[in-house]
Design a protein around this ligand. Structure first.
Ligand SMILES: *[C@@H]1O[C@H](CO)[C@@H](O)[C@H](O)[C@H]1NC(C)=O
Ligand SMILES: *[C@@H]1O[C@H](CO)[C@@H](O)[C@H](O)[C@H]1NC(C)=O
Ligand SMILES: *[C@@H]1O[C@H](CO)[C@@H](O)[C@H](O)[C@H]1NC(C)=O
Ligand SMILES: *[C@@H]1O[C@H](CO)[C@@H](O)[C@H](O)[C@H]1NC(C)=O
Ligand SMILES: *[C@@H]1O[C@H](CO)[C@@H](O)[C@H](O)[C@H]1NC(C)=O
Ligand SMILES: *[C@@H]1O[C@H](CO)[C@@H](O)[C@H](O)[C@H]1NC(C)=O
Ligand SMILES: *[C@@H]1O[C@H](CO)[C@@H](O)[C@H](O)[C@H]1NC(C)=O
Ligand SMILES: *[C@@H]1O[C@H](CO)[C@@H](O)[C@H](O)[C@H]1NC(C)=O
Ligand SMILES: *[C@@H]1O[C@H](CO)[C@@H](O)[C@H](O)[C@H]1NC(C)=O
Length: 404
């Protein structure tokens, strides 16, 4: 377990030496250019018959590769990711097989020999905890309420939310059985967005994306919590690439220009690059207006091996990968017992990137680069630059302390 927000700006190197600044500058620049700059991205809802189910295919064609993302709410919301080394690969769906009890083989990417990487991510459960008596940073963050299985949700027709201009679609769901009426006015939304070129969204946390990734925004809106201090979370499962579960690592940055007061970037890598990755800032928001005041910490547990039988079953994962016994699962939880929370406005939103290839890496923002330029300009200015940096950092530090 690790904590990914809050008092952790202690990670910030407090007195950067000129050599550190130099090496950061030199190492960071070339990485900013990695990943395909543009891809030909198409987004298509594949309709089935006679029992329609949401199946969204994102196909991103680059100069010598194609990435496929297949999102579905058949079973718990899930995505299958496939990277191929040709521009010609296609998705093939056998609906009658997909809707059968044994859907193995119903989803294929052809030609099979072009596949370089494949994995899947399944959003299995919506978790809720009573954090009334929980201590700060505890895992789990309170007493768990019975989770909502996302396999037992009913989902809207994504065709109505398909926005081909913005390459986005929304899966909006609520529990099929809702005896307490908690979701009478509530919805859980998975907003999927693809990009044909690299950039950065207008809304925090403003994760840098390339054309190789999909963004997922999860929003819980209007659902009645079961207690006065409910924290919510998501259980996420994936397929390991080998005998061991992938791990989540944390990158620290001294730059918070795009995500105020967040100095970490969490990353799940399925293998050594280039493979698949999931990337997120450890922050969620409790208001539609995503500001520092509504920022919630986000904690991720470590991934551990989990038997398929203890997780809601995902037909699309079975359709592509056949029957799998072992998954790796982890919990993401949003919020802390004190501070802003879901309880303020019954609103929670978190976003992440899912991609294949090289994960996007932030280069430093102009502000920080400016400071470095000064520091590197003349040897005599180096220490001045360091001092300025410290001063600035200190000012920011005191600014942030007002949150607590
Ligand atoms: C969604 O609506 C479209 C057209 O309105 C229809 O063809 C499709 O089958 C529907 N899909 C689902 C999952 O209901
Ligand atoms: C694919 O294209 C990229 C850039 O266009 C190039 O660097 C890479 O070597 C190519 N890969 C293969 C397998 O041809
Ligand atoms: C789809 O799968 C069924 C078996 O469930 C098979 O009989 C049928 O031929 C398949 N369709 C195609 C187009 O491959
Ligand atoms: C794609 O990869 C396969 C094996 O992974 C290889 O046999 C094939 O030559 C590659 N194709 C191209 C166009 O690089
Ligand atoms: C919290 O602690 C108080 C006092 O120890 C206890 O009375 C109360 O039942 C606890 N609440 C929960 C939800 O555990
Ligand atoms: C695309 O998204 C932007 C911002 O979310 C929105 O203002 C715009 O209306 C969207 N475009 C279309 C065609 O819906
Ligand atoms: C749902 O909204 C309606 C109207 O705003 C309100 O009367 C009702 O109490 C709400 N129900 C729940 C469970 O929050
Ligand atoms: C929730 O808060 C309300 C009003 O503040 C209080 O009456 C109620 O007892 C609290 N419920 C629980 C489960 O703590
Ligand atoms: C996630 O949290 C729930 C509730 O505490 C727990 O039952 C479940 O085992 C956890 N899952 C993982 C993968 O840690």
């Amino acid at each position: 377990m690790f904590r990914c927000w809050g008092p952790h700006w202690g990670w910030v190197p407090c007195a950067p030496t000129p050599w550190l600044l130099l090496s950061l500058l030199v190492c960071s620049a070339p990485f900013g250019l990695q990943g395909e700059e543009t891809r030909q991205v198409s987004m298509e809802v594949i309709s089935g018959w006679p029992n329609p189910q949401n199946l969204l295919h994102i196909r991103a064609v680059g100069s010598n590769s194609t990435l496929h993302y297949v999102w579905s709410s058949l079973g718990p919301p899930a995505v299958v990711l496939v990277a191929t080394n040709t521009t010609q690969s296609v998705l093939s769906v056998n609906w009658s097989l997909l809707l059968s009890p044994d859907p193995a083989g119903a989803l294929m990417v052809l030609p099979r020999s072009s596949i370089q990487f494949s994995s899947a991510l399944v959003f299995t459960r919506l978790l809720e905890f009573d954090s009334t008596n929980a201590s700060e940073g505890a895992q789990p963050p309170g007493k768990p309420y019975p989770p909502y299985s996302l396999a037992k949700f009913s989902w809207n027709n994504i065709t109505n939310s398909l926005d081909l201009a913005n390459l986005s679609a929304d899966f909006q769901g609520r529990p099929v059985d809702d005896p307490t009426g908690a979701f009478a006015n509530g919805t859980l939304t998975f907003k999927v967005q693809a990009f044909s070129r690299s950039g950065r969204p207008a809304q925090p946390p403003r994760l840098l994306h390339t054309a190789d990734v999909c963004q997922l925004e999860v929003a819980l809106v209007g659902a009645s919590p079961r207690g006065n201090h409910s924290l919510f979370g998501l259980e996420v499962a994936t397929l390991p690439q080998g005998p061991d579960c992938p791990s989540v690592n944390e990158r620290n940055s001294i730059d918070d220009e795009y995500a105020p007061a967040v100095f970490q970037l969490n990353q799940l890598l399925w293998g050594s690059s280039p493979s698949g990755f999931m990337q997120w800032r450890p922050v969620a928001f409790s208001e539609e207006e995503r500001a520092r005041e509504s920022a919630l910490p986000c904690q991720a547990s470590t991934l551990h091996s989990t038997l398929a039988s203890s997780l809601p079953h995902s037909p699309i994962v079975q359709a592509f990968f056949g029957s799998q016994n072992n998954f790796c699962a982890f919990n993401l939880t949003f919020g802390a017992p004190t501070g802003p929370g879901y309880w303020d406005q019954y609103y929670l939103c978190w976003s992440m990137l899912l991609g294949m290839g090289f994960p996007p890496v932030d280069i430093f923002s102009p502000l920080v680069l400016g400071i470095m330029a000064v520091a590197l300009g003349a040897p005599g200015l180096m220490f001045l630059g360091g001092g300025l940096f410290l001063l600035l950092r200190h000012r920011r530090y005191s600014k942030y302390q007002s949150i607590n």
